[in-house]
Design a protein around this ligand. Sequence first.
Ligand code: NOJ
Length: 921
Amino acid sequence: MLFIRSTLVLLVLAFNLQCSWAFSDYLLKTCAQSGFCHRNRQYASNIQESKRSPYSIDPSHLIFNDPLHTLRGTVVKRIPQENGSEQVIELPFTLDLLEGSKAHFTIDELRDPVNVKEPLNTRRYNETLSWALHESANLFPTPNVKVTKPKSLSRDKQLILKSEDKSIKMKLHLKTFKIEVFYMEDLVMTINDRMLLNLEHLRKPENNAENKLPEEIIFNDFHDDFQYSREDTIPFGPESVALDLTFNGMENVYGIPEHADSLRLKDTTDSDPYRLFNVDVFEYNTDSKMPMYGAIPLMIGTRPGVSAGVFWANAADTWIDIKYDESNTKTHWISEAGIIDVIIFFAETPLEITKAYTNLTGTPSLPLLSAVGYHQCRWNYNDERDVLTVDYEMDKAEIPYDFIWLDLEYTEDKKYFTWKPEAFPNPQKMLKKLWKVGRNMVTLIDPHIKVGYDISETIERSGTAVKNSINEIYHGHCWPGESIWIDSFSRKAQGVWGKFVSKFVKNANNLFIWNDMNEPSIFSGPETTAPKDLLHDGGYEERSVHNLYGLTLHETTYNSLKQGYAKENKRPFVLTRAFFAGSQRSAATWTGDNVANWDYLKISIPMCLTNNIAGFPFIGADIAGFSGNPSDELLVRWYQTGMWYPFFRAHAHIDTLRREPYLLKESVKSIVRDVIRLRYALLPTFYTAFHDASVSGVPVMNPIFYEKPTLEETYRIDDEFYLGRSGLLVKPVTEEGCMSTQVFFPPGIFYDYFTLQSFSMEKSGYRDVDVSEETLPLFIEGGHIIVRKDRYRRSARLMARDPFTLLIAPNATQEASGNLYVDDGETYSYQEGNYLDVLFTLKDGILESSISHYPADRSLGSNLIEDIIIATPNFQKPSGTILIQQGDMRKEVNVQVDPYHRYFKIPNPLLEIGKPWTILF
Ligand code: NOJ
């Protein structure tokens, strides 16, 4: 029976993969079909009617300021019984005020092991934070929290907690478990304002009814009647957790990737909630709240002067309702299992929230410089000859690229860690050929492992496979047919995987890994993924840890590669499809299986922006659409958009026509070539933006409201963005046949990037900008200095010694500044201080460079500056010669003026980038 149903799902999926261009919605549950979502939504509406609060804080159990300065207590759930008595469930509660305007609270349940069968772990899963936070993240409470409590504590009293710096005050209402949070004395967030707190405690089927609150319903508590998950054993019965959080005075919330939706999240009153549940959604719907491959449960709300963040540290299937209500945003978070574990953040701007969040979950790792270049991928490059032909043709067409990718078919019979021998007889030789010009290769390695070869046998023998509900190795179907899954939650499995990876990359130094299908995607599984009653390390159900699985895999792959490349001290490159909070520390990601049409091009921008503000900026979308064949116009527009994705990769489905850039007709090819070359010219600026992200979490693709948080009119703009903090403002064209587009500009002076024609915006607003097929609306905001490398080279590595060009865009007060970060682009030696950090400034008629950090390897700073271009008219061309000074060198030169008087140029100043210099005008 199981086999027939699995085969049916398989057929449905296979049909889906071949024929249609839309996701088959019936494969996924709606909220009404999901037991815990439906129950909690229903509870939410019933409790609004009854206006009763079943949850309170027990005043007699509160412990203040213990040595860790934590508030510990008990949340009490009272369930009226038919005979007039009450059943009382005690739920342990902690609350910490953290340094830097943050707070952390948890609500757990102590479960009686008597009711739980081996090998299931009795505890609710509470380790999500240990995966999400970086190793040395500090969740210590602030030392001097001031607690104001009434003389006698009774149920209807309040407690006030204040952080030492007085930025945060929390008013805890004991009677209803309501917490009001004030930031700088301003009420910014209310927790459990609507009394939607709910924790379905452990009970048995036979006494389920007496364990229900009057506002609760019975629906799929101990079984699941959704057609694809009827076998779910649900051993704990109902065990969801839910809570409402209100962002006061805020009408805009963002975050909770991954969804193919707008940057500003939508009201869900008349639809399903947003769902976070990592699933394989081939040709997903756009403008949709459906779950996707990744999940980051971080939401950010903002208004001018104040921003707040909620990090819901729960890895189970999660639904989030949003209601924009007058001037507040009301949110309702519902997770199927685990504990309530929440960190809330407060700051003046949304950027500060992202920074505070990455300070805890880790900033994105600094990628290989080459990984910031262009990636050429396709399912599939068939053999070595195919690979080397692409390589050769790209060079012949003078189109730079850095990574060539091998999808699924390079393996022998879909057995990962093997090469198809007839197609790739000598991978080492091929890799060496690529490395001659500094190029890299990525091969796909998925977590499903075909049964019956040494890799799966090792996993089986070592007991490191994911188990089914009766603790036997789980078998399911994916690309190779019958497969098992590595349980990368376990240390032992991590070690086993590490050995596979080390062996695979042995003798190579330019071979990297793509972890695809790691939601995990299971063709024979419910909702395209793993059954929820599978068992992982520690006796935890898939139900509790599902959204973490992808992270455990790609982090293991990253650590394994790091180990494999330890001798070279090389930074690994890993691409993952599934992700969770913290994934930014070890991987890049992409938006999965999109389609070559305009809707997917358009939605790729807010999708990437959302990931960027949720701390995971290294993201892109398949250019120019994974499925289908793009028109020339769409392809051009997609490259023009995609060159701004932090992860810049072309990829295509196996059934599509070949579309490598050199195959395009001449007119199209030359536009695409220019676009890719523009990305390479701007690599120093991109890499500096990646470095900024790696230091503080600032987005690489940066929404306008992140740069201009006081301008409310920017809060809904998600088709335009800045490149990091560089001042480059982009509005990609995503409409077919577009001849003119409206671009939003904040107040200030702006320059067209290509012509340097300037205009001034007295106040913010839209301007019509004409576009042609070749043009890309790209502007520099006055006040910035952009750094480029203008010479064409075949790869990023070959640009290492190339000279720089500086482009100065003065503001109204004739000032400008910009940064440049340089390192070897490949190793971790920057962590030992081997990097160059330069600040360029224009002020009071002096352009100068100062060095904030010198590299140990001085050759990193020996590149010359070959051109300095200064945009006018905001900065007048000097009438005579100008004086250039660097160390003992002093020279007077004449500047060159462009015929349209839009800029002047200092040609060949021959200044070394790694030493300070001054130019006096
Ligand atoms: C699914 C991925 O999303 C896609 O990019 C890849 O080409 C296929 N798997 C085949 O490996």
